[in-house]
Design a protein around this ligand. Structure first.
Ligand code: ASP
Length: 449
């Protein structure tokens, strides 16, 4: 049966002409092979498939490394090009305000949606107590305590780099964005004198996009390897008792994808969401494969500019900021995960606690980097906000959530990426910078990957 499915997928892989279908098939194939060649589940058991695992682990890591390598030069060059082309600071302020408004609006909607779903379905109540008690509490508390600076004042000041070069070197994207936005505005305001800088960054941006095209040659084997290793490591059996929790999260993600974003696109810009989703199909699949919205950024920008008809000015401003700030799926996930654990541990859930969870999940997801598992790590900020007693108590449960998080993370990353693309499309439309002829004319689209 499995062998049959394997061959069918392989044939489909050969037949499909478009590269994004190849990526989709590669993901499915990876999942299937991951189930067939699992990692040993006992520590002292030998790994029968050692060489296979080792090989695909290397290919997957290589792909992630290569696309991550592009992110810092891409964010800096695209933001400087984007901001300096916005012209005067009034225009920048207006556009920045608009983008921030959409980000906060979407994150608030998804936080409330998460709270609604978690309270309605009450997934934590179905768990058996001993399930959570088995968690490796000590190690997970240690891990969570390593999350630096959970107080708000420190978080705020960490946005401002002490030394922008240091932040660049550490690929600390929030302070990098803060500096780059101001620097781009300054370059724009000095007129002629700023031209050489703008030319330099324009060339850097174009060259980085070229590099993206080259790296994307590895997309199919890379995404296949990542899916294979993920499933081989975690298996699908881990869903066990956590399946209700997983289903509630997936339901929320689907509502965002197929109700909230489409309604916004329809009513605010008269756009059929399927056109946008088709335009960014490669970005969606790479997001799924890598579980990192930052790593997906080069492909997201390429799709939005070349196929969704969003101007370079808007794409290069909205998408890098979106990949760092706008994490609507992560916000919803954090709300659901915390309420789920409170239900499981019978901690009373009062309306004021729900309010705090909603608020702090927005803050925590803004603070979450666009990298795998960031959402689960920054959940410490939310747990902290509801009290130290709860934090120690609930941390044990997080160990269990960790076991199935990779697959959920892949799905959240897709929604995070689509969310930023939705905002970019809306802003482009309202600024008159959306080329609808390109967006609607699928036949003329060039391959991004
Ligand atoms: N992996 C997600 C992203 O890159 C963040 C998360 O863990 O929720 O968007």
């Amino acid at each position: 049966m499995r062998a049959k499915a394997f061959w069918l997928i392989l044939v489909a892989l050969g037949l499909g002409t478009k590269r994004h279908w190849h990526i989709l098939v590669a993901i499915l194939l990876g999942v299937l092979l991951g189930i067939s060649f699992p990692y040993p589940n006992m520590l002292n058991q030998p790994d029968k498939y050692y060489l296979i695992h080792q090989f695909f682990d290397v290919v997957g890591q290589l792909f992630i490394r290569l696309i991550t390598m592009i992110v810092v030069p891409l964010v800096v060059s695209s933001l400087i090009v984007g901001v300096s082309s916005l012209g005067d600071s009034r225009q920048l302020g207006r556009m920045g305000g608009k983008v921030l408004f959409y980000f906060l609006l979407l994150m608030s909607i998804s936080a409330l949606l998460g709270a609604g779903l978690a309270l309605w379905f009450n997934p934590g109540a179905q768990l058996q107590q001993n399930f959570l008690a088995n968690a490796d509490t000590a190690s997970i508390i240690r891990e969570l305590q390593q999350v630096p600076n959970q107080d708000l004042q420190a978080m705020f000041f960490n946005m401002i780099p002490r030394n922008p070069i240091e932040s660049l070197a550490k690929a600390d994207l929030v302070p990098v964005i803060f500096f780059t936005l101001l620097f781009g505005a300054a370059v724009a305001s000095i007129g002629e004198a700023g031209k050489p800088i703008i030319n330099f960054f324009e060339s850097l941006f174009t060259a980085t996009m070229k590099l993206t095209d080259w790296v994307m040659v590895l997309a199919v084997p890379g995404v296949f390897s990542l899916a294979f290793i993920t499933v081989a490591k975690s298996g699908l059996g881990v869903f066990g008792q956590l399946w209700i929790y997983a289903v509630v999260i997936l339901l929320g993600l689907l509502i965002q994808l197929f109700v909230i974003f489409p309604l916004m696109l329809k009513f605010l810009a008269r756009i059929n969401f399927m056109n946008v989703y088709r335009a960014i199909s490669e970005a969606i699949m790479v997001a799924f494969g890598t579980a990192s919205s930052s790593a997906t950024l080069p492909i997201t920008i390429a799709c939005m500019e070349r196929r969704a008809g969003v101007s370079n000015r808007i794409a290069s401003f909205v998408l890098p900021t979106g990949a760092t700030i706008n994490k609507t799926a992560t916000t919803m996930f954090e709300v659901i995960a915390v309420i789920f654990l409170m239900q499981a541990y019978h901690i009373p859930i009062t309306p004021d606690k729900v309010g705090i969870i909603v608020l702090f999940s927005i803050i925590a997801s803004i603070g979450a980097a666009g990298v795998p598992s960031a959402g689960l790590i920054t959940i410490a900020i939310v747990l902290n906000s509801i009290g130290h007693y709860e934090m120690d108590y609930l941390a044990g449960g997080i160990a269990m959530l960790w076991s199935i998080d990779r697959v959920l993370d892949m799905c959240r990353t897709v929604v995070n990426v689509v969310s930023s693309c939705t905002v970019a499309t809306l802003v482009a439309s309202s600024e008159g910078e959306l080329n609808r002829d390109i967006l609607n004319n699928h036949d003329a689209w060039t391959e991004v990957v």
